[in-house]
Design a protein around this ligand. Structure first.
Ligand code: GAL
Length: 139
């Protein structure tokens, strides 16, 4: 695993926070991940995982030591060396994912105690040009 970015927010990243990531996959991209983590244990509240080998975006959570049921998005707007923007916004119900301003996914919160979601990280095959974390008023 190659860590590209990591930030902690002890008061919790959800709800109301928005992550805007601009970047591009390198030429031989295999996969990358954006993970919303619970810092105090090993839960992954939201794993957002574009897989170039499958042309799918795999979303899931890791809880009680195991991956849950995958939610896949077969709309795969990524291409090698093509710049993109991903926004992940959470409200009290769900994570909402927009790629280049088109909504691609709504992922209902599985970790229900939202304030325990305190870390965001980006790993593997992505060149990040910017990452912005902002608190938004509810849409
Ligand atoms: C597994 C993979 C994990 C994660 C999970 C999502 O096969 O090893 O990294 O992507 O799928 O369901």
């Amino acid at each position: 695993m190659t860590l590209r970015f990591e930030a902690s927010c002890p008061d919790g990243l959800c709800p109301g926070w928005s992550i805007i990531l601009k970047g591009e996959p390198p030429s031989e991209a295999n996969k990358f991940e954006i993970n919303f983590l619970c810092d105090h244990d090993d839960r992954v509240a939201f794993h957002f995982n574009p897989r170039f080998t499958e042309s799918d975006i795999v979303c899931n959570s890791f809880m009680s030591n195991t991956w849950g049921q995958e939610e896949r998005c077969t709309n795969f707007p990524f291409g090698a060396e093509e710049p993109f923007q991903i926004e992940i916004y959470s409200d009290t119900e769900s994570f909402h994912v927009y790629i280049d301003d088109s909504k691609v996914m709504q992922y209902k919160h599985r970790v229900e105690d939202l304030k325990t979601i305190t870390k965001v990280q980006v790993v593997n095959d992505i060149n990040i040009s910017s990452l912005e974390i902002t608190k938004k008023p509810f849409y």
